[in-house]
Write a protein that binds this ligand. Structure first.
Ligand SMILES: Nc1ncnc2c1ncn2[C@@H]1O[C@H](COP(=O)(O)OP(=O)(O)O)[C@@H](O)[C@H]1O
Ligand SMILES: [Mg+2]
Length: 312
């Protein structure tokens, strides 16, 4: 009898549809850890089982945003085989349903993560007993960061309403696009078609979306397949630290530009107000949404998480 129930239990947990959300963005200081921590808290408060993973290897500080001291075990222990499973790295947080896996505290650095190690982490995520796994990707556009972003069910970008951050966000999207194109090129064997389309480019204003249109002209079947794959890229955008309506509107402009230039749908899922409670909570090493329930960010996060859940 126990075996029947045993297998049933296993079946149920295996059936659970775990979702992975990755939070990235061009540079440091734009709110990736803040967003990861507080989206995780929102989901946990809604009753979902959540694991937050700090993949900002080398600059890990997600634990501070979640109000826990530096966890004893980190991803380094997994990568160096000191512990056997990702589950062994789970550290509870003050919030029910929410655990954290901390990034390496040594100099591993995500750029140095070997292809095999990245694949191992990605392929083992499903072993975690969670409804949602959130990845704090850290800054930069290394292949590893891009691959985590592309592999996730939702790739979420955080940007500030200022030129440097906006430029970095486009750079990140461009890198994601190229990385995806490379993957599709290998998968669909359309490398020669891409070369042909690139050779035919006539003006300086040849955009990635023109490239796909040109390939459709050369080979409609392959072109449409390529387009479908590219369409799967639908990054989500959060504008952080907004002070004015003009700041909020930047997200809408970025959406239009992305459609025109890349032919991809950048989904603007919401904004976060500039709010002094953020740095106050960081200073106190307490989770923002728990410590400041009256902060305007509570509503901001609530709207964003509902929007993300709708499209997940
Ligand atoms: N909405 C906000 N309002 C006020 N300050 C913010 C806000 N978002 C982020 N900050 C400040 O920016 C710092 C960096 O945020 P963080 O989430 O650590 O960025 P990242 O993970 O992208 O490097 C925070 O410690 C905080 O002081
Ligand atoms: Mg961070």
């Amino acid at each position: 009898m126990s075996s029947i129930f045993g297998s049933n239990d296993q079946g149920l947990s295996a059936q659970r549809q775990m979702k992975v959300w990755a939070i990235g963005g061009g540079k440091g200081g734009v709110g990736k850890s803040l967003v990861t921590a507080n989206l995780s808290i929102c989901l946990a408060l809604m009753g979902y089982k959540v694991v937050s993973i700090d993949l900002d290897l080398g600059g890990a500080n997600l634990h501070t945003c979640l109000g826990v001291p530096i966890p004893e075990k980190t991803l380094s222990d997994y990568l160096t085989k000191k512990v056997r499973t990702l589950k062994d790295l789970l550290t509870p947080t003050p919030i029910a349903n929410l655990s954290i896996i901390s990034g390496a505290q040594d100099d591993v650095g995500i750029a140095n993560l070997k292809q095999m190690q990245k694949a191992k982490i990605l392929s083992r995520l499903h072993e975690l007993d969670a409804d949602f796994v959130l990845l704090d990707l850290g800054a930069g556009t290394t292949f590893n960061t891009l691959d985590f972003f592309i592999s996730a069910d939702q790739g979420i970008l955080t940007a500030l309403p200022e030129p440097t951050s906006i430029e970095n966000t486009y750079r990140f999207i461009k890198s994601v696009y190229h990385r995806k194109l490379k993957m599709v090129e290998d998968l669909l064997q359309v490398g020669p078609l891409i070369d042909q389309a690139m050779n035919a480019k006539i003006s300086q204003n040849f955009t990635p979306s023109d490239l796909v249109a040109r390939i459709i002209e050369i080979n409609p079947e392959m072109g449409h397949k390529l387009k479908m794959e590219i369409n799967k890229l639908s990054p989500k955008l959060i504008i952080n630290q907004v002070r004015t309506q003009a700041d909020i509107d930047i997200g809408f402009s970025m959406k239009i530009i992305c459609r025109k230039y890349f032919g991809i749908d950048l989904d603007y899922v919401g904004y976060l107000d500039y709010d002094a409670t953020v740095w106050q909570s960081v200073k106190k090493r307490k989770p923002l949404l728990m410590e400041y329930p009256n902060s305007s960010l509570v509503n901001n996060f609530d709207r964003i998480v509902h929007r993300l859940l709708k499209i997940t």
